[in-house]
Design a protein around this ligand. Structure first.
Ligand SMILES: [Zn+2]
Length: 174
């Protein structure tokens, strides 16, 4: 388990998850206001201990410039590691990313043209164009994907604290 902190924009919308040390630095440099602290976890220095901010609201960012890029791993997360063609849960050794419109036919490396596929389906599909049935390729919302990637790594206490701020994105995950 790792300690993450949630950064909100000025209207209380989730911007991103931060390493708690970065969150602490944002508080320390007054670039964010802390709304919630971790009730147990503290940062200790030689003489003092500091509370760890878990939810912060930015003072500086007016625009959300956080973006996901369609890396292989992000495609897998978006697709829940499931093959878009046969619906199978892919193991590490058989998981691939497939171009729906093949690169040889001008298909691009973009969110809506990429899909998780098992090795077998990828091989069978070859240079044909087949629409996946199990997954709808789409550009995910930045925070939805981030939360999906990290939700199992966030400690229980933190998760309970940040959940109310993330309701709209939690819906996307299940
Ligand atoms: Zn498959």
């Amino acid at each position: 388990m790792k300690i993450y902190s949630l950064l909100l924009d000025k209207t209380y919308n989730p911007l991103t998850l931060l390493d708690y040390k970065k969150a602490f630095l944002l508080e320390y440099t007054q670039r964010a206001n802390v709304l919630e602290y971790h009730p147990e976890f503290v940062i200790k220095s030689t003489y003092k201990s500091f509370k760890v901010p878990i939810v912060l609201k930015t003072n500086t960012l007016t625009k959300n410039f956080y973006k996901n890029i369609p890396t292989r791993y992000n495609i897998y997360i978006r697709d829940n590691f499931i093959c878009g063609y046969c619906g199978k849960a892919c193991s590490d050794s058989e998981i691939t990313v497939d171009h729906i419109i093949p690169a040889s036919k001008g298909g691009q490396w973009t969110w809506d043209n990429l899909i998780t596929a098992c090795e077998l389906c990828n091989m069978k599909k070859s240079d044909n164009i087949i629409m996946p049935v199990y997954i709808k390729p789409h550009k995910p919302q930045y925070f939805s994907l981030l939360l999906k990637e990290h939700i199992n790594k966030i400690d229980k206490i933190t998760l309970d604290i940040i959940k109310p701020y993330c309701q709209q994105y939690l819906k996307d995950i299940s």
